[in-house]
Design a protein around this ligand. Structure first.
Ligand code: D5M
Ligand code: ZN
Ligand code: FE
Length: 491
């Protein structure tokens, strides 16, 4: 008798078998007498009549012969298991920049309003005052203030900060060493919350300075054990694109290097920008290109991504080398330029940044251009530890807080760069160094690159760590790494 026979028998007696119970029965070793099992199940259910007429996994475990069976908690996933992609937020259809001056006013108003409401949610709203309210604080009293950190000046060991909100501007002195340090580490133009008091001489002092941050959460994993593979910065079309390493990765993904138990679970491949090297991105780039036509660069990308098994859903967002505008948010690359990729059924383009849910797990995909700014302006941050820069952005609840540096912003009606909701996984690239870190339940991954070191990076002292692939188990948010560099395949 097959397990279906056993199931049919229980069903025909007026009981339903739930999914987990069914799965367990179907995994039992062949020596288990299913006929006997079905009999015992029926007896068990009859004895406990009055309860729901559903056979659960617990019921099955109760009637299993005690000695013969090890209950497998394995969750086999075959390549036929479908992916579940939901695009939660994508700037592409919403992009409609307003006139520059009025546009930026509106953009910053939206940024302020949304960050202020995040802060109110995180802290007791009643205890927060505005800049104009804080101006009136009398000597000996403390108030809590939220506002944008518009300037900071380091004066010997003290730091003077300027905070703005729609009610005005205020200068506050950070004298305490820890508070001064927090002031130097907060990105310029980010939302901060400060506790301030006035001295008898009339000077305002900060006794704390905090970023909005994210609440501590338990990661929410997928119910099925499926994996997402994260990539970025392939730079196809560059002479430095590591084609051999990438082909090795594609072979692995096709199960040609074994590890079928791993690759069968891969349901998603997420590319966080710089799929191609583009053209005219920096002076003299033409000498570094093996392919100078952007359409052809995307054609090569399509020829490679065609080799990704069809059941794997590919999600691509652009970066500063892709054939779209540089200003954030970036829309998806258009079908005119990336026709070949739009032709692949399993490819979904989104803008930069975007939120997508993969098997219910919320991903924030962001290329990471603003990391250049926070790394340049924040002590202790470096290109070697990209996840520290990502963590600072997450704690600021904004992907590009600092205005007027190297990251161009577009004056949209809505600020797509505010980090809300809190993602389960934040995936970036851009800096070309691999990194992973967990912050208060959010997994941060920088997926490195597939481009060797360029002359420019060598002059800047940037040492890329290419061809390392993070594989995220969506049920646990744990990361496995695979290295496809020429030094050899290591797991
Ligand atoms: O950027 C790859 C890495 O190289 C990233 O860490 C920034 C750095 N980079 C690249 N171009 C520049 C310029 N012009 N100035 C400063 N830093 C740079 P990618 O965007 O992939 O080329
Ligand atoms: Zn790049
Ligand atoms: Fe980049």
């Amino acid at each position: 008798m097959t397990e279906y026979g056993a199931v049919a028998r229980v069903l025909s007696s007026g009981y339903l078998i739930d999914a987990k119970a069914f799965e367990l029965i179907s995994k039992l070793p062949p020596e288990v007498d299913l006929e006997g099992l079905a009999e015992r199940l029926l007896r068990l259910k009859e004895e406990t009549s009055g309860q729901a007429k559903v056979v659960t996994e617990e019921d099955v475990i109760k009637v299993l012969p005690a000695d013969s069976v090890v209950v497998q908690r394995e969750d086999p996933v075959g390549s036929s298991e479908p992916s579940e992609l939901e695009v939660v937020s994508d700037p592409t259809p919403a992009i409609a920049p307003a006139e520059a001056y009025e546009g930026f006013n509106r953009l910053f108003r939206d940024r302020y309003t949304r960050l202020a409401s995040i802060v109110r949610e995180r802290l007791d709203a009643k205890s927060l005052t505005s800049v104009s309210g804080a101006k009136g604080v009398v000597a000996g009293k403390k108030v809590r203030l939220s506002g944008l950190l518009s300037a900071r000046n380091n004066r010997r060991s003290k730091v003077e900060v300027t905070v703005d909100d729609p009610t005005g501007t205020l200068k506050v002195l950070c004298q305490d060493e820890m508070v001064a340090r927090s002031a130097m580490q907060a990105p310029l133009d980010s939302m901060v919350v400060m506790e301030i008091s006035r001295s008898r001489a009339g000077q305002l002092y900060a006794s704390s300075l905090l970023l909005p941050d994210v609440p501590s959460r338990k990661p929410i994993g997928s119910s099925r054990r499926v994996y997402a593979v994260l990539l970025s910065d392939l730079h196809i079309g560059s002479r430095m694109f590591l084609a051999d390493d990438f082909r090795r990765f594609l072979q692995w993904l096709n199960g040609e290097m074994g590890e079928k138990d791993v690759v069968n679970r891969v349901k998603y491949l997420v590319i966080a920008g710089d799929l191609v090297d583009g053209v005219g991105v920096y002076p003299g780039q033409e000498f570094q290109l093996s392919e100078k036509d952007p359409k052809k660069q995307y054609q090569i990308a399509a020829d490679l991504l065609k080799m990704v098994p069809n059941h794997i859903q590919i999600i691509i967002s652009p970066g500063n080398h892709d054939a779209v505008r540089q200003a954030l948010p970036q829309p998806a690359v258009s079908p005119d330029l990336a026709e070949s990729l739009y032709g692949l059924e399993n490819v979904r383009w989104v803008g930069d940044p975007s939120y997508v849910k993969l098997h219910g797990v919320m991903f924030l995909i962001y290329h990471g251009k603003s990391m250049d700014d926070v790394i340049a302006t924040t002590p202790d941050l470096s290109y070697h530890k990209p996840t520290d820069a990502m963590k600072l952005l997450l704690r600021s609840r904004h992907l590009a807080p600092t205005y007027g540096k190297r990251t161009a912003l577009s004056p949209e009606l809505r600020d797509f760069l505010v980090i809300d909701p809190v993602p389960d996984v934040m995936h970036s690239g851009h800096v070309h160094t691999y990194g992973e870190l967990s912050h208060r339940g959010t997994l941060l991954v920088n997926s490195g690159t597939w481009q060797g070191q360029t002359n420019f990076q060598s002059n800047m002292g940037i040492e890329p760590t290419p061809s390392i692939v993070p594989v995220v188990d969506l049920s646990t948010l744990k990361v496995m790494r695979r290295n496809f560099s020429s030094a050899g395949f290591t797991s």
